[in-house]
Ligand binder design. Structure first.
Ligand code: ADP
Length: 504
């Protein structure tokens, strides 16, 4: 811990390119143009590493949203995008990925400044992840196909039938602040590949990389109106998007609470809805593991991105025989995860997104202690010059009724519990309203498969955590979501299926 107190938490200077971009006039991207809002309202952009206000973005009005939706509607209805040859759509998407690659360093810096995550993490995970989403989905543009059945004869004549896969239409895409560009890419990539048009709304805390991405849209060659960006608050701009009669589909990633609200609000116009929501993902450590390699993995499962990950391994179940060693091994990683400003090259964990979220995380730790939990590591906020830091934290002596065990904290806090046998731990792992991810650490293949089938979660990791394969679907069981992103199911979520039956 002494190591941690010596760390300077003063944010480092921004590069000239990032500083210039951040200082830009607040505008919206509609119809391939930068336009002023219909009113003067703005949202402050804060650097969570320093707590300083560094810029402004538009707080979009209803009229701004209507304008963006109208642009997307017109672009969809005249087929300027869906009517392009699939390979042409694919090429434009790859061009966008190329441009992102060419500007990766600037994107990583802007993401780090805006979100508080280490620039090195953004450069290693967020930006390449976004590029992978674009490239993977680009390929689907030319591979989407329907089915045909053999013609057959009825008394009235011969019938020939087939299905057409058609883009769903205008998509409202609303993303959270934890992986701003990556979440945006997860949304826009299948929509664009399918031939949809869209209005993207980044989270009010982290709008910068979505706006920077818009700069590349024209250069990549997208026709006007296909991709539009609205910045603004959820309960105003986001709400307008969800209820808008000219929007055909809503895709949302965020909290379960807002996901439920969005699902309700989209009902009046019966929009297609996909939701990727919260989690309280269990991580199970079996007695046969090599503790030396498992403990850092289990620590990474919760401390990566300061625990602000929907699949964060926030409930640790370690077998009684290895529990103490696993915790010791995790505690040894504390200096590695010591929070630092996002532009510190040595940072592996950055700041929490906002004061509000910082206070919420500290509030959970306090509630855990009040309920009888003990702090095995961290449990406090380190000294800093502004900024919102929380030390990586392990809570023990917890029970299943405590809020720290039941609720999504969305911070670097893991609750650790002991177990004795497989059925018991499967039951504990499933004792949650969520079902997004789960981790299993064992060398025993049979145990791995048995547990993987027992745990009710959309993704189960074995001896790793939060690894993403763009070719495979990602989605939640129970209150963690509806529908899937990525893989074949990811593109399907942006397609209508039309059956055509013709009497020849
Ligand atoms: P978090 O709790 O992680 O901040 P939220 O679920 O509140 O996440 O927000 C995720 C995204 O949803 C953000 O882009 C936010 O602006 C948007 N949002 C919040 N409330 C609404 C709403 N009522 N309708 C539409 N979008 C919303």
């Amino acid at each position: 811990m002494n190591e941690m107190t010596k760390i300077s938490r003063a944010q480092r200077p921004y590069s000239p390119a990032a500083a210039k971009f951040i200082a830009r006039k607040p505008q919206l991207f509609i119809n391939n143009e930068w336009v002023d809002s219909s009113h003067g309202a703005t949202i402050e952009v804060e650097d969570p590493s320093s707590g300083k206000i560094i810029g402004q973005v538009v707080d979009a009005s209803d009229r701004d949203v209507d304008r963006a939706v109208a642009a997307a509607r017109a672009a969809f209805d005249d087929g300027r995008w869906s009517g392009l040859a699939p390979m042409a759509r694919e090429r434009i998407m790859h061009r966008l990925a190329d441009l992102l690659e060419a500007n990766a360093d600037e994107f990583a810096e802007i993401e780090a400044i805006d979100n508080g995550k280490p620039k090195g993490m953004a450069a290693a995970v967020d930006i390449p992840g976004a590029i992978s989403q674009l490239r993977f989905m680009a390929g689907w543009a030319s591979k989407v196909a329907g089915e045909t059945t053999a013609p057959y004869t009825m008394p009235a004549g011969t019938v020939f039938s087939y299905t057409l896969k058609e883009p769903v239409g205008v998509c409202a895409q609303i993303v959270p602040w934890n992986f701003p560009l990556l979440m945006a890419a997860l949304k826009i990539s299948p929509a664009l590949a399918a031939g949809c048009t869209l209005v993207l709304k980044p989270a009010e805390q982290t709008s910068l990389t979505a706006l920077r991405l818009a700069d590349l849209i024209v250069e990549a060659g997208f026709p006007a109106g296909v991709f539009n960006v609205i910045t603004g608050n959820g309960h105003t701009a986001g709400d307008r998007m969800v209820k808008h009669p000219d929007v055909d589909k809503v895709a949302f990633t965020g909290s379960t609470e807002i996901g439920k609200l969005i699902n309700k609000n989209a009902t009046d116009t019966l929009k297609h809805v996909t939701l990727e929501l919260g989690g309280k993902s269990p991580v199970v450590v079996m007695p046969d593991v090599d503790v030396a390699s498992t403990a850092p993995g289990v620590a990474g499962a919760i401390f990566f991105n300061a625990g602000q990950v929907c699949v964060a391994g926030s409930r640790l179940y370690a077998h009684r025989s290895v529990f103490d060693q696993v915790l010791e091994g995790m505690a040894a990683t504390a200096p590695f995860w010591a929070p630092r400003p996002s532009l510190d090259p040595e940072a592996h964990m950055g700041a929490i997104i906002s004061k509000e979220q910082h206070d919420k995380v500290m509030g959970y730790i306090a509630a855990g202690k009040r309920d009888g939990a003990s702090v095995a590591m961290g449990g406090d906020a380190p000294s800093s010059e502004g900024g919102y830091y929380v030390n990586p934290t392990i809570l023990v002596d917890v029970n299943p009724q405590m809020s720290v065990v039941r609720e999504e904290i969305f911070g670097p806090v893991v609750v650790a519990q002991r177990f004795d046998d497989l059925d018991e731990v499967a039951k504990s792992a499933n004792d949650t309203a969520y079902g997004l991810g789960a981790g299993i650490w064992t060398k025993n293949v049979a145990t791995m498969h048995k547990l993987a089938s027992k745990i009710k979660a959309g993704t189960v990791w074995g001896n790793c955590h939060a690894v993403i394969d763009t070719a495979l679907p990602f989605g939640g069981y129970k209150q963690s979501g509806i529908g899937h992103e990525q893989g074949r199911l990811g593109i399907e979520a942006y397609l209508e299926t039309k059956t055509v039956i013709i009497q020849l």
